[in-house]
Design a binder for this molecule. Structure first.
Ligand code: GDP
Length: 337
């Protein structure tokens, strides 16, 4: 099982493309259906021609919902990067590309959507060139750009084939062997109780397992597991899972919490990190700057303490790097004991 994440500017056709590929409408909230905009994470799944089963996390493209994009994009194997052929590169195209780059996304493909709106083949070539320029120097530099239309279904078989090809290339994912499930949604279902969803990024979960929910160290047990709406006894990474938990109520949990096993992770309010600044950021980062800190599916306020550089950093990840310490304001990150 593999996980694909969409990325790209709002209204560029991400959700429509996911629906055309999978037959599942990933926009889960009524408000989204009414406004035709993905404001939270949407989920769908499909089987590729080779038989590989994939989950698709459809992330919102609107700038107001960037934190939801960040919550969804962690733990994915492949980016389905969407640019509308009629509009080309837009602000969130750049912003999402920068995030995929920072995350060192292992693979990706660009879907040039709404190609049915373009009558002039030269225009399509121009947009492809514009996108290619934008990708230069990023993790998606070598990604294929495939013109598609969810309306006419043109290009969808080629896109499927490319997803299939990319997901067959093995890559080493860092694994500890312990389960880690950063929670992205929490709800309660009558007759079942507390249910959470997330992308299982490490280890294995099974029905009956004793688990701990961090950072509050809540004891719980797995009553039921589902992947892609089907009951399973065990779940392996990376996959989308829904977990029915006993012993914890919905109010005790929130997005950002992590389901794991006891005794190997300890909540922390400080972490050491290697930090890079995007070229697009106009000002250097000063000592003690307050930042929003995202890890897994959680977000908190943090303060950056520069440890080894007095000079302000000028450039991007890889070119200039140093160690720094975050002080989180709240329940923060989680580090091994
Ligand atoms: P998202 O915000 O990136 O998820 O974009 P949506 O999937 O909600 O699409 C935005 C708008 O573009 C909607 O009105 C869709 O009907 C329209 N749209 C999406 N894909 C296509 C396509 O292939 N062709 C045409 N003509 N319109 C499309």
């Amino acid at each position: 099982m593999r996980v694909i994440g969409t990325a790209g500017h709002v209204d560029h056709g991400k959700s429509t493309l996911v629906q055309a590929l999978t037959g599942i409408n990933p926009d889960r909230l009524k408000e989204e259906q009414e406004r035709e905009m993905t404001i939270d994470l949407g989920f769908a799944w499909m089987k590729l021609p080779s038989g590989i089963e994939v989950s698709i996390v459809d992330v919102p493209g609107h700038e107001d919902f960037i934190k939801n994009m960040l919550a969804g994009v962690g733990g994915i194997d492949l980016a389905l990067f969407v640019v509308a052929a009629d509009e080309g590169v837009m602000p969130q195209t750049r912003e999402h590309l920068a995030i995929l780059d920072l995350l060192q996304m292992p693979a990706g493909v660009v879907a040039l959507t709404k190609s049915d709106l373009i009558m002039d083949p030269e225009w399509l070539d121009l947009v492809q060139e514009e996108v290619r320029d934008e990708l230069r120097g990023t993790v998606l530099e070598k990604a294929k750009i495939i013109p598609v239309s969810a309306r006419s279904r043109k290009g969808l078989p080629e896109l499927m084939a490319e997803l299939d090809r990319l997901l067959q290339i093995p890559y080493a994912r860092h694994q500890t062997g312990h389960p880690r499930l950063p929670i992205d949604r929490v709800f309660s279902i009558a007759g079942f109780g507390t249910v959470v969803t997330g992308t299982l990024i490490d280890g294995k979960l099974h029905v009956g397992q004793e688990v701990e929910v961090l950072p509050r160290k809540l004891d719980s047990r797995i009553r039921g597991l589902q992947t892609h709406m089907a009951k399973v006894e065990e779940a392996f990474p990376p996959t989308r899972v829904a977990v029915n938990l006993t012993g914890v109520s919905r109010d005790q949990l929130e997005r950002g919490d992590v389901i794991t096993t006891k005794g190997w992770l300890e909540p922390t309010s400080q972490i050491d990190a290697r930090l890079g600044l995007l070229k697009s950021i106009p000002k250097p980062l000063a000592h003690n700057t307050s930042v929003d800190f995202y890890v897994g599916t959680s977000q908190c306020q943090a303060r950056v303490r520069l440890l080894d550089k007095k000079d302000p950093p000028a450039s991007r990840w890889g070119e200039e790097a140093w160690w720094t310490r975050f002080h989180s304001g709240g329940t923060g990150g989680i580090s091994p004991m």
